[in-house]
Design a binder for this molecule. Sequence first.
Ligand code: AKB
Length: 346
Amino acid sequence: MTIKATTRHEVALITGANGELGQGLIREMSRNGHDGILALDLNPIDEDISSRCLETFQGDILDQTLIARITSRFDVREIYHLAALLSTRAEFTPETAHKVNVDGTYGLLKLAIDSSSWRGDRVRFLFPSSIAVYGMPDAETKSTWGPIKEHEWTSPTTMYGCNKLYCENLGRYYSRYYRQLAASEDSPSIDFRSIRFPGLISADTVPSGGTSDYGPEMLHAAASGEPYPCFVREDTTIPFMAMPDAVHALLRLAKADASQLTRTVYNITSFSLTAAEFRDQVVKHFPDADITFAPDQNRQRIVDSWPATVDDSAARAEWGFAPDYDLDKAFSEYLVPRIRDRYQSS
Ligand code: AKB
């Protein structure tokens, strides 16, 4: 009788798989021929997404039994940990946000370090962070500072920003310092890589729970013929990026040669503009758009604490980050045609 060795399928685990970034990432990975995508989300996973995955799980990243079931059946080589409560939603339920954003990430880092130890090889852990880790002290500093570097003004004012910043540090710890006092030199470690994204704009999904959402919300409202009262002032400036560039950046950083990377966290950006300039772009393509400004002082304060521009020179130099879409191209070649299709066909 031959006894078969128990082998587990090598997979990339994607949490928050049904979210904006998750959907874009899974589509791109499956287009690239990835045959080991494991999707996990609290909500049911869209049919179009699940058909591209080896297997999908509906459940909570805090559910240790579910995580153990996944590791007992699959050899997790890579983790794209996208699940999170975004900045606005997190302010309404800060303690829950801490559980999901910090405890959830901690559990997955533990999974990664355990898998690395079993394999004798570092599991790669991709972590989307955000401009929310920054906390500009006042309007004068925000408008005069120039592109912010990764180490500057890291005193966030939101629970979400604090959570992301701490988890970036945990990731760096598990990458470089875990068991630093152990007698043995070969303690396990993970290969943690993180990107601080600007506000993301997708043509396929409407964002929810973020504070940079006013940009994409303006556009989706205009395309669907709805009026939109924008919740920030006209002069509010933050950086944005079209979703395909965000997806490509994550995959590019995942593939980068570790020897080229000097840090675990990188800023990236495409274009910065004011909310009024965003409105102007929308009106250029949807002349009937009904966009007004009705600032919500509380959400305004959050966006005012985020930088107007970021310095992404390290990402460009070390792993070749270069966005395909500038402002005009993002609207005319990606957002507007796709959004028109979406609302015309629905
Ligand atoms: C949010 O608004 O919370 C996110 C972000 C900028 O991190 N989109």
